[in-house]
Design a protein around this ligand. Structure first.
Ligand code: NAD
Ligand code: TYD
Length: 338
Protein backbone atom coordinates (compact mmCIF):
# COMPACT_ATOMS: atom_id res chain seq x y z
CA UNK A 1 0.00 0.00 0.00
CA UNK A 2 1.11 3.54 -0.78
CA UNK A 3 0.77 5.65 2.35
CA UNK A 4 -0.70 9.07 1.55
CA UNK A 5 -1.11 11.84 4.12
CA UNK A 6 -3.68 14.52 3.24
CA UNK A 7 -3.73 17.53 5.55
CA UNK A 8 -6.91 19.61 5.65
CA UNK A 9 -8.90 16.68 4.27
CA UNK A 10 -12.07 17.67 6.11
CA UNK A 11 -12.24 20.95 4.18
CA UNK A 12 -13.53 21.73 0.72
CA UNK A 13 -10.74 20.76 -1.68
CA UNK A 14 -9.06 18.28 0.66
CA UNK A 15 -12.26 16.23 1.07
CA UNK A 16 -12.83 16.20 -2.66
CA UNK A 17 -9.24 15.04 -3.09
CA UNK A 18 -9.55 12.24 -0.50
CA UNK A 19 -12.73 11.00 -2.23
CA UNK A 20 -11.04 11.21 -5.63
CA UNK A 21 -7.87 9.47 -4.41
CA UNK A 22 -9.64 6.53 -2.73
CA UNK A 23 -11.55 5.95 -5.93
CA UNK A 24 -8.65 6.43 -8.37
CA UNK A 25 -5.96 4.52 -6.46
CA UNK A 26 -6.96 1.14 -5.01
CA UNK A 27 -3.37 0.75 -3.74
CA UNK A 28 -3.44 3.95 -1.63
CA UNK A 29 -4.14 4.19 2.07
CA UNK A 30 -5.12 7.78 2.82
CA UNK A 31 -4.67 9.36 6.24
CA UNK A 32 -6.51 12.63 6.73
CA UNK A 33 -4.99 14.99 9.29
CA UNK A 34 -7.35 17.83 10.13
CA UNK A 35 -7.79 20.13 13.12
CA UNK A 36 -11.52 20.50 12.42
CA UNK A 37 -11.52 24.27 12.61
CA UNK A 38 -14.74 26.11 11.78
CA UNK A 39 -14.09 25.13 8.13
CA UNK A 40 -13.36 21.45 8.71
CA UNK A 41 -16.26 19.09 9.34
CA UNK A 42 -16.58 15.33 9.66
CA UNK A 43 -19.91 15.62 7.82
CA UNK A 44 -17.86 16.58 4.77
CA UNK A 45 -16.24 13.13 4.87
CA UNK A 46 -19.51 11.34 5.73
CA UNK A 47 -19.36 8.81 2.89
CA UNK A 48 -15.65 7.94 3.23
CA UNK A 49 -14.80 8.39 6.89
CA UNK A 50 -15.11 4.61 7.49
CA UNK A 51 -13.61 3.56 4.18
CA UNK A 52 -11.28 0.58 4.80
CA UNK A 53 -8.36 2.47 3.19
CA UNK A 54 -8.94 5.71 5.08
CA UNK A 55 -7.88 6.83 8.54
CA UNK A 56 -8.95 10.12 10.09
CA UNK A 57 -6.73 11.85 12.64
CA UNK A 58 -7.86 14.99 14.39
CA UNK A 59 -4.84 17.20 14.94
CA UNK A 60 -3.05 20.43 14.20
CA UNK A 61 -0.40 20.55 11.46
CA UNK A 62 1.51 22.96 13.69
CA UNK A 63 1.72 20.35 16.47
CA UNK A 64 4.82 18.28 15.71
CA UNK A 65 3.88 15.59 18.24
CA UNK A 66 0.90 14.63 16.04
CA UNK A 67 2.00 15.72 12.57
CA UNK A 68 5.65 14.59 12.44
CA UNK A 69 5.08 10.83 12.92
CA UNK A 70 2.41 10.92 10.20
CA UNK A 71 4.76 12.68 7.77
CA UNK A 72 7.54 10.22 8.60
CA UNK A 73 5.21 7.29 7.78
CA UNK A 74 4.10 8.74 4.45
CA UNK A 75 5.14 8.04 0.86
CA UNK A 76 3.21 11.10 -0.32
CA UNK A 77 2.09 14.22 1.55
CA UNK A 78 -0.56 16.49 0.05
CA UNK A 79 -0.71 19.60 2.22
CA UNK A 80 -4.04 21.41 1.88
CA UNK A 81 -4.53 22.48 5.52
CA UNK A 82 -4.72 26.24 5.83
CA UNK A 83 -6.76 29.17 6.96
CA UNK A 84 -8.22 30.15 3.61
CA UNK A 85 -10.68 33.03 3.70
CA UNK A 86 -9.36 36.44 2.63
CA UNK A 87 -12.08 38.37 4.51
CA UNK A 88 -11.25 36.58 7.75
CA UNK A 89 -7.55 37.31 7.23
CA UNK A 90 -8.42 40.99 6.94
CA UNK A 91 -10.40 40.85 10.20
CA UNK A 92 -7.69 38.89 12.04
CA UNK A 93 -4.48 37.46 10.56
CA UNK A 94 -2.85 35.57 13.45
CA UNK A 95 -4.18 32.09 12.67
CA UNK A 96 -3.05 32.48 9.05
CA UNK A 97 0.53 32.85 10.18
CA UNK A 98 0.26 30.03 12.72
CA UNK A 99 -1.30 27.50 10.38
CA UNK A 100 -0.28 28.51 6.87
CA UNK A 101 3.33 29.47 7.61
CA UNK A 102 4.32 27.80 10.90
CA UNK A 103 2.21 24.69 10.22
CA UNK A 104 3.93 24.23 6.86
CA UNK A 105 7.31 24.64 8.57
CA UNK A 106 6.45 21.85 11.05
CA UNK A 107 5.50 19.48 8.21
CA UNK A 108 8.62 20.34 6.21
CA UNK A 109 10.88 19.76 9.22
CA UNK A 110 9.33 16.31 9.62
CA UNK A 111 9.74 15.71 5.88
CA UNK A 112 13.51 16.23 6.23
CA UNK A 113 13.65 13.12 8.40
CA UNK A 114 11.24 11.01 6.36
CA UNK A 115 12.98 8.01 4.85
CA UNK A 116 10.58 6.97 2.05
CA UNK A 117 8.84 10.23 1.14
CA UNK A 118 8.46 10.54 -2.67
CA UNK A 119 6.38 13.70 -2.91
CA UNK A 120 5.47 16.66 -0.73
CA UNK A 121 2.76 18.56 -2.58
CA UNK A 122 2.50 22.10 -1.26
CA UNK A 123 -0.93 23.43 -2.20
CA UNK A 124 -0.34 27.12 -2.80
CA UNK A 125 -2.66 29.51 -4.67
CA UNK A 126 -2.83 31.89 -7.62
CA UNK A 127 -3.37 34.67 -5.07
CA UNK A 128 0.37 34.71 -4.33
CA UNK A 129 0.88 36.55 -7.65
CA UNK A 130 -1.29 39.41 -6.41
CA UNK A 131 -3.66 41.33 -8.62
CA UNK A 132 -2.91 40.81 -12.33
CA UNK A 133 -4.21 43.71 -14.42
CA UNK A 134 -3.71 41.98 -17.75
CA UNK A 135 -2.26 38.81 -19.21
CA UNK A 136 -1.82 35.59 -17.24
CA UNK A 137 0.66 34.70 -14.50
CA UNK A 138 3.53 32.36 -15.30
CA UNK A 139 5.12 30.21 -12.60
CA UNK A 140 8.25 32.36 -12.90
CA UNK A 141 6.43 35.64 -12.27
CA UNK A 142 7.18 37.73 -9.21
CA UNK A 143 5.04 37.04 -6.13
CA UNK A 144 3.19 40.14 -4.97
CA UNK A 145 0.62 39.01 -2.41
CA UNK A 146 -1.58 41.86 -1.20
CA UNK A 147 -3.58 40.55 1.76
CA UNK A 148 -2.65 38.58 4.90
CA UNK A 149 -4.05 35.32 3.47
CA UNK A 150 -2.11 35.46 0.23
CA UNK A 151 1.01 36.70 2.01
CA UNK A 152 0.88 33.76 4.42
CA UNK A 153 0.44 31.38 1.47
CA UNK A 154 3.36 33.00 -0.35
CA UNK A 155 5.49 32.50 2.78
CA UNK A 156 4.57 28.81 2.88
CA UNK A 157 5.11 28.45 -0.87
CA UNK A 158 8.67 29.80 -0.72
CA UNK A 159 9.46 27.98 2.54
CA UNK A 160 8.49 24.71 0.84
CA UNK A 161 10.76 25.56 -2.08
CA UNK A 162 13.62 26.31 0.31
CA UNK A 163 13.32 22.81 1.80
CA UNK A 164 13.69 21.37 -1.69
CA UNK A 165 16.67 23.57 -2.53
CA UNK A 166 18.40 23.14 0.83
CA UNK A 167 17.48 19.68 2.07
CA UNK A 168 16.27 17.92 -1.07
CA UNK A 169 12.75 17.40 0.29
CA UNK A 170 10.74 16.24 -2.78
CA UNK A 171 8.52 19.32 -2.91
CA UNK A 172 6.18 20.22 -5.75
CA UNK A 173 4.23 23.48 -5.45
CA UNK A 174 0.80 23.98 -7.03
CA UNK A 175 -0.87 27.35 -7.54
CA UNK A 176 -4.54 26.87 -8.35
CA UNK A 177 -7.16 29.44 -9.20
CA UNK A 178 -10.53 29.87 -7.43
CA UNK A 179 -12.17 26.48 -6.98
CA UNK A 180 -15.88 25.72 -7.00
CA UNK A 181 -17.90 22.56 -6.43
CA UNK A 182 -19.54 20.54 -3.65
CA UNK A 183 -18.70 20.95 0.07
CA UNK A 184 -17.30 24.49 -0.19
CA UNK A 185 -17.83 26.36 3.07
CA UNK A 186 -20.66 28.87 2.68
CA UNK A 187 -18.49 31.90 3.45
CA UNK A 188 -16.97 31.78 -0.07
CA UNK A 189 -18.76 33.67 -2.79
CA UNK A 190 -20.44 30.86 -4.77
CA UNK A 191 -21.87 28.81 -1.88
CA UNK A 192 -22.70 32.00 0.06
CA UNK A 193 -24.66 33.47 -2.82
CA UNK A 194 -26.37 30.19 -3.79
CA UNK A 195 -27.50 29.40 -0.25
CA UNK A 196 -28.61 32.98 0.42
CA UNK A 197 -30.66 33.00 -2.77
CA UNK A 198 -32.27 29.63 -1.98
CA UNK A 199 -33.58 31.40 1.13
CA UNK A 200 -34.54 34.64 -0.71
CA UNK A 201 -31.84 36.56 1.15
CA UNK A 202 -29.71 39.35 -0.29
CA UNK A 203 -26.30 38.66 -1.79
CA UNK A 204 -23.56 41.15 -0.85
CA UNK A 205 -21.61 42.13 -3.95
CA UNK A 206 -18.39 43.94 -3.07
CA UNK A 207 -17.61 47.26 -4.76
CA UNK A 208 -18.51 47.53 -8.43
CA UNK A 209 -18.51 43.73 -8.93
CA UNK A 210 -15.99 44.12 -11.76
CA UNK A 211 -13.35 41.89 -10.12
CA UNK A 212 -12.37 38.85 -12.14
CA UNK A 213 -11.68 35.32 -10.90
CA UNK A 214 -10.58 32.33 -13.01
CA UNK A 215 -12.91 29.52 -11.91
CA UNK A 216 -11.65 25.94 -11.64
CA UNK A 217 -13.86 22.95 -10.89
CA UNK A 218 -12.57 21.14 -7.82
CA UNK A 219 -12.48 17.82 -9.73
CA UNK A 220 -10.16 19.37 -12.32
CA UNK A 221 -7.97 20.60 -9.46
CA UNK A 222 -7.84 17.07 -7.98
CA UNK A 223 -6.90 15.62 -11.39
CA UNK A 224 -4.11 18.18 -11.69
CA UNK A 225 -2.66 17.36 -8.27
CA UNK A 226 -2.91 13.64 -9.02
CA UNK A 227 -1.05 14.06 -12.30
CA UNK A 228 1.70 16.02 -10.57
CA UNK A 229 2.14 13.28 -7.95
CA UNK A 230 2.68 10.90 -10.87
CA UNK A 231 4.59 13.04 -13.38
CA UNK A 232 5.66 16.36 -11.84
CA UNK A 233 9.27 17.37 -11.30
CA UNK A 234 10.45 18.00 -7.76
CA UNK A 235 11.31 21.61 -7.02
CA UNK A 236 8.94 22.90 -9.71
CA UNK A 237 5.87 25.11 -9.45
CA UNK A 238 2.73 24.36 -11.51
CA UNK A 239 -0.25 26.63 -12.10
CA UNK A 240 -3.67 24.95 -12.19
CA UNK A 241 -6.31 27.26 -13.68
CA UNK A 242 -9.77 26.67 -15.08
CA UNK A 243 -9.52 29.24 -17.86
CA UNK A 244 -12.95 30.62 -16.94
CA UNK A 245 -12.47 34.33 -16.33
CA UNK A 246 -15.69 35.72 -14.92
CA UNK A 247 -16.54 39.12 -13.39
CA UNK A 248 -18.24 38.83 -10.01
CA UNK A 249 -21.27 40.73 -11.28
CA UNK A 250 -21.67 38.25 -14.15
CA UNK A 251 -21.20 35.33 -11.80
CA UNK A 252 -23.94 36.78 -9.60
CA UNK A 253 -26.33 37.06 -12.54
CA UNK A 254 -25.64 33.46 -13.53
CA UNK A 255 -26.40 32.30 -10.01
CA UNK A 256 -29.58 34.40 -9.94
CA UNK A 257 -30.68 32.71 -13.15
CA UNK A 258 -29.85 29.22 -11.88
CA UNK A 259 -31.76 29.81 -8.64
CA UNK A 260 -34.65 31.55 -10.43
CA UNK A 261 -34.25 34.81 -8.46
CA UNK A 262 -34.19 38.44 -9.59
CA UNK A 263 -31.48 41.08 -9.35
CA UNK A 264 -33.50 42.86 -6.68
CA UNK A 265 -31.69 40.50 -4.29
CA UNK A 266 -28.28 41.97 -5.13
CA UNK A 267 -27.04 44.29 -2.41
CA UNK A 268 -24.08 46.45 -3.40
CA UNK A 269 -21.87 46.73 -0.33
CA UNK A 270 -18.54 48.38 0.47
CA UNK A 271 -15.57 46.90 -1.32
CA UNK A 272 -13.16 44.49 0.39
CA UNK A 273 -10.07 46.35 1.66
CA UNK A 274 -7.17 45.92 -0.76
CA UNK A 275 -9.42 43.84 -3.04
CA UNK A 276 -7.41 42.08 -5.77
CA UNK A 277 -8.99 43.08 -9.05
CA UNK A 278 -8.10 40.14 -11.22
CA UNK A 279 -6.38 36.75 -11.17
CA UNK A 280 -5.44 34.79 -14.27
CA UNK A 281 -3.14 31.80 -14.74
CA UNK A 282 -1.09 30.57 -17.66
CA UNK A 283 -1.37 26.77 -17.44
CA UNK A 284 0.87 25.81 -20.37
CA UNK A 285 3.31 24.03 -18.07
CA UNK A 286 0.70 21.66 -16.61
CA UNK A 287 -0.99 21.19 -19.98
CA UNK A 288 2.35 19.98 -21.35
CA UNK A 289 2.07 17.03 -18.93
CA UNK A 290 -1.30 16.11 -20.46
CA UNK A 291 -3.74 17.93 -18.18
CA UNK A 292 -6.64 20.06 -19.37
CA UNK A 293 -9.69 21.20 -17.44
CA UNK A 294 -12.74 19.09 -18.29
CA UNK A 295 -15.61 20.96 -16.64
CA UNK A 296 -17.40 23.61 -18.69
CA UNK A 297 -18.11 26.44 -16.28
CA UNK A 298 -21.80 26.68 -17.30
CA UNK A 299 -22.32 22.98 -16.55
CA UNK A 300 -20.14 22.90 -13.45
CA UNK A 301 -21.89 25.91 -11.93
CA UNK A 302 -25.35 24.48 -12.65
CA UNK A 303 -24.31 21.18 -11.07
CA UNK A 304 -22.89 22.98 -8.06
CA UNK A 305 -26.10 24.97 -7.55
CA UNK A 306 -27.96 21.66 -7.83
CA UNK A 307 -25.68 20.15 -5.19
CA UNK A 308 -26.45 22.93 -2.69
CA UNK A 309 -30.17 22.56 -3.42
CA UNK A 310 -30.16 18.83 -2.68
CA UNK A 311 -27.70 18.90 0.22
CA UNK A 312 -29.24 21.35 2.64
CA UNK A 313 -28.44 18.81 5.39
CA UNK A 314 -24.79 19.82 4.90
CA UNK A 315 -24.95 23.61 4.88
CA UNK A 316 -28.03 24.50 6.96
CA UNK A 317 -26.45 23.51 10.28
CA UNK A 318 -23.58 25.90 9.45
CA UNK A 319 -25.60 28.82 8.15
CA UNK A 320 -28.67 28.61 10.35
CA UNK A 321 -27.46 27.00 13.54
CA UNK A 322 -23.75 27.64 14.07
CA UNK A 323 -23.35 30.66 16.37
CA UNK A 324 -19.72 31.12 15.28
CA UNK A 325 -20.81 31.44 11.67
CA UNK A 326 -23.57 33.90 12.61
CA UNK A 327 -21.07 35.97 14.57
CA UNK A 328 -18.66 36.05 11.62
CA UNK A 329 -21.47 36.87 9.20
CA UNK A 330 -22.74 39.78 11.23
CA UNK A 331 -19.26 41.18 11.73
CA UNK A 332 -18.60 40.97 8.01
CA UNK A 333 -21.95 41.99 6.57
CA UNK A 334 -23.95 43.67 9.32
CA UNK A 335 -27.60 43.31 8.42
CA UNK A 336 -27.07 42.41 4.76
CA UNK A 337 -28.63 38.98 5.26
CA UNK A 338 -32.15 40.24 5.90
P1 NAD B 1 -11.08 25.11 3.55
O1 NAD B 1 -11.04 26.33 4.39
O2 NAD B 1 -12.38 24.62 3.01
O3 NAD B 1 -10.46 23.88 4.37
C1 NAD B 1 -9.29 23.99 5.13
C2 NAD B 1 -9.17 22.73 5.98
O4 NAD B 1 -7.94 22.81 6.72
C3 NAD B 1 -10.30 22.56 7.01
O5 NAD B 1 -10.75 21.23 7.03
C4 NAD B 1 -9.63 22.93 8.33
O6 NAD B 1 -10.20 22.28 9.47
C5 NAD B 1 -8.21 22.46 8.08
N1 NAD B 1 -7.23 23.16 8.93
C6 NAD B 1 -7.13 24.51 9.14
N2 NAD B 1 -6.14 24.76 10.01
C7 NAD B 1 -5.58 23.56 10.32
C8 NAD B 1 -4.51 23.16 11.15
N3 NAD B 1 -3.81 24.06 11.85
N4 NAD B 1 -4.19 21.84 11.23
C9 NAD B 1 -4.91 20.91 10.54
N5 NAD B 1 -5.96 21.23 9.76
C10 NAD B 1 -6.29 22.52 9.65
O7 NAD B 1 -10.02 25.36 2.39
P2 NAD B 1 -10.01 24.92 0.87
O8 NAD B 1 -10.75 25.92 0.07
O9 NAD B 1 -10.36 23.48 0.78
O10 NAD B 1 -8.46 25.14 0.54
C11 NAD B 1 -7.54 24.06 0.71
C12 NAD B 1 -6.16 24.51 0.27
O11 NAD B 1 -6.21 24.92 -1.10
C13 NAD B 1 -5.61 25.71 1.04
O12 NAD B 1 -4.24 25.51 1.24
C14 NAD B 1 -5.86 26.89 0.10
O13 NAD B 1 -4.92 27.91 0.33
C15 NAD B 1 -5.67 26.24 -1.24
N6 NAD B 1 -6.39 26.85 -2.36
C16 NAD B 1 -7.73 27.06 -2.28
C17 NAD B 1 -8.40 27.61 -3.37
C18 NAD B 1 -9.90 27.82 -3.33
O14 NAD B 1 -10.45 28.39 -4.27
N7 NAD B 1 -10.60 27.37 -2.33
C19 NAD B 1 -7.69 27.95 -4.54
C20 NAD B 1 -6.32 27.72 -4.57
C21 NAD B 1 -5.68 27.15 -3.48
P1 TYD C 1 -13.99 34.53 -2.34
O1 TYD C 1 -14.92 33.40 -2.63
O2 TYD C 1 -13.86 35.02 -0.94
O3 TYD C 1 -12.57 34.08 -2.93
P2 TYD C 1 -11.19 34.95 -3.09
O4 TYD C 1 -11.30 36.19 -2.32
O5 TYD C 1 -10.21 34.00 -2.51
O6 TYD C 1 -11.05 35.14 -4.56
O7 TYD C 1 -14.38 35.77 -3.24
C1 TYD C 1 -14.43 35.64 -4.65
C2 TYD C 1 -14.76 37.01 -5.21
O8 TYD C 1 -16.08 37.37 -4.80
C3 TYD C 1 -13.84 38.11 -4.71
O9 TYD C 1 -13.57 39.04 -5.75
C4 TYD C 1 -14.64 38.77 -3.61
C5 TYD C 1 -16.07 38.61 -4.09
N1 TYD C 1 -17.07 38.51 -2.99
C6 TYD C 1 -18.17 39.36 -2.98
O10 TYD C 1 -18.37 40.22 -3.87
N2 TYD C 1 -19.05 39.24 -1.93
C7 TYD C 1 -18.88 38.33 -0.94
O11 TYD C 1 -19.70 38.28 0.00
C8 TYD C 1 -17.74 37.45 -0.98
C9 TYD C 1 -17.51 36.43 0.08
C10 TYD C 1 -16.85 37.57 -2.04
Amino acid sequence: MVSVLVTGGAGFIGSNFVRFALDAHPDWHVTTLDKLTYAGRLETLHDIIDHPRHTFVRGDVADASVAAPLVRDADIVVHFAAETHVDRSILSAGEFITTDVFGTFVLLEAAREATHLKRFIQISTDEVYGSVAEGSSLETDELKPRNPYSASKAGADRLAYSYFATYDVPVIITRASNNYGPYQFPEKVIPLFVTNLIDDLHVPLYGDGGQIRDWLHVNDHCRGVDLLIESGINGEVYNIGGGNHVRNVDLTHRILELTGKTEALIRHVADRQGHDRRYSLDTTKLQALGWAPRARFEDGLAETVGWYRTNEWWWRPIKDADPAFRAYYEKQYGKTRV
